[in-house]
Design a protein around this ligand. Sequence first.
Ligand code: ADP
Length: 460
Amino acid sequence: MDANGGSKKDFSTAILERKKAPNRLLADDGEGSVVPDNSTVAITTAAMEQLGIYVGDLVLLRGKRRRETVCYALPDDSCPEGRVRVSRGVRANLRVKLGDVVTVNRRLDVPNGTRVQVTPFEDSMDGISGDLFEAYLKPYFREYLRPLCKGDTFMVRGNMRAVEFKVVATEPADCVLVAQDTTIFCDSGKPVKREDEERLDGPGYDDVGGVRKQLAQIRELVELPLRHPKLFQTLGVKPPKGILLYGPPGTGKTLLARAIASESGAHFVVVNGPEIMSKMAGESEENLRKVFEDAEKLAPSIIFMDEIDAIAPNRDKTHGEVERRVVSQLLTLMDGLRPRAQVVVIGATNRPNSLDPALRRFGRFDRELDIGVPDEVGRLEILRIHSKDMPLADDADLERICKDTHGFVGADLAALCSEAAFQLIREKMDVIDVEEETIDVDVLNSLRVCNDHLKHAMEV
Ligand code: ADP
């Protein structure tokens, strides 16, 4: 109860709450009367009316990690209320899973493309030869004016096989319609490698577990100012320039910083403390200067300083000339950051008290977040994240494992999952022939990680 007798609402994680707006719909799958493909989505007629969308209008869809794409909207009254039916391909482009929020807005100004460039995925071309353009792209784009956005991928079925393409470039805008006079370049010489694509993405918020409160704080302190500088200008306050994450190794400090960068679309640079210190005299300072200069150029940016205690130890307690110079350089650089530069420095350390106190003053690293060892609930969240792509047997009891892993940090739990998988592989060595080129599909399909594998991994 507060002084006025009302009960106080806790706003500490308000940033994580979903906003309710009619154009924020939940992703639903494509089963139904209208089956959405790469270029269409379906919503109810009531939702269309509410959002001012007419049948066949183009809509801009926004998903996670600032991903956007454009599709045609179709009516489908079998679609549940508050949902939008999106095909698997569109979900992948928006980086959303079923049940995630997709924002839908009518979009009228999509120009006809003059030129688009697409590249096939290497793994979807296995065993396919011949002219991809004639066999796949020409028929695919013949039917109607398909919208394409730069960075999208799309799947084309033909000749009993499906080939997946990535849109590498579009002109004259980032989203275009492929019309009759659009020139399609198909760069079949250099197919896209799946691993490269996945690496481009970086981790998202749902890859970090057990840090709900800290995630809310860091999003408020970093993502909000980077994405909406106006908000802070209007209120006349300066967002923090530096944030210190402290906690034992392997608790997810780096992961959290990376997730913030990829979800907010910020440029991300890592500065490794011990590495930068090992440089020749004068070089460390020059390197730091360069990092800050580039970050300002490529803003919005996040500079992540791992093991910052190695760069900036307490000047009173260190005798090293290099450290003294580097600390002063870092202070100068942080003080020199313009409030509107949209650059945030995130420092990570295991020993916050060994840091030079000058760095922790107002206007520098003036916010500190404790990323502690996760509790049981946190451990379960982390285990679920690391086992999400793992075929688990029915007896796999993650709750039990969480109870028995007191003191484990995120990195330990990630290692536990991979060790469990290795244990399963060891057991299956009698049916896996290392000398063979491929592994039998039946063997692959039969793999299940059981409770015993997890228990074994816990004890390693
Ligand atoms: P730190 O920077 O605190 O030393 P990292 O972020 O480098 O820790 O963690 C190493 C790895 O451990 C991560 O890449 C991730 O696989 C796993 N991990 C650590 N913490 C978490 C967490 N909170 N949630 C999910 N995975 C985690």
